[in-house]
Design a protein around this ligand. Sequence first.
Ligand code: ZN
Length: 244
Amino acid sequence: MTGTLRAGPDFRVEQAGGFFVLRARLLDLPGFRHAFTTRQYPDGDPGALRALGFDPLRVVEAEQVHGARVVAVRGNCGQRVAGADGLWTDRAGLVLKVRSADCLAVLVVDPQKSRVAAVHAGWRGLAAGVLSRTVRALRGAGSRPEELRCAVGPAIGACCYEVDEPVREALGRWPQAFRPGRPGHWQLDLREVGRAQLLAEGVRPEHLASCEACTACEPEWFYSYRREGRSGTLWALVSREDGR
Ligand SMILES: [Zn+2]
């Protein structure tokens, strides 16, 4: 890895077990672990999970169908939760993970109630309100939105994300996320939609961190579906430690 990554002030790049990951300063809380992987991550290697402090046998993954279903995870380790784009848990040691390659991967920590959530949100999921529903699911279980810490990982930036009318219409509630491009097209800032959705649910601005890196602009660091099609996966992982 030669170039320097501009991840912004909210994130830092860190070496773990021979590869780089990104971490949100906001989620550096005692009793919680998290990571956003880069292109270097040796996918499928249980040793890599262990290097990040995660138990490979206790990982739970969302199927990810570009929907808005958020599921409470209570134990089905090693499994994929069908039909879900968001997962949350209050069980110690369970590792929640979502994948992305341009879409938003959002990790949430509630330090008061000792809960974590991992959410995949592309434009379809955002249009369906997947981040709103994540906050509501946690609130329904007793969390207070103003205590949630939310981190949005590396995603495609407005610089590289051209969309057309159907997308503009589907996300019409967030006109501030679009700037005009070619006729009939817009440059979409997906992160802005995510931020707006979380803030509208009562998340505090100072509890919201976004990685500034664009997955399509940084081929050395990230996979990008827009740039290279189906190539590889970036993971966002979060867990609550035992004994908390
Ligand atoms: Zn870009």
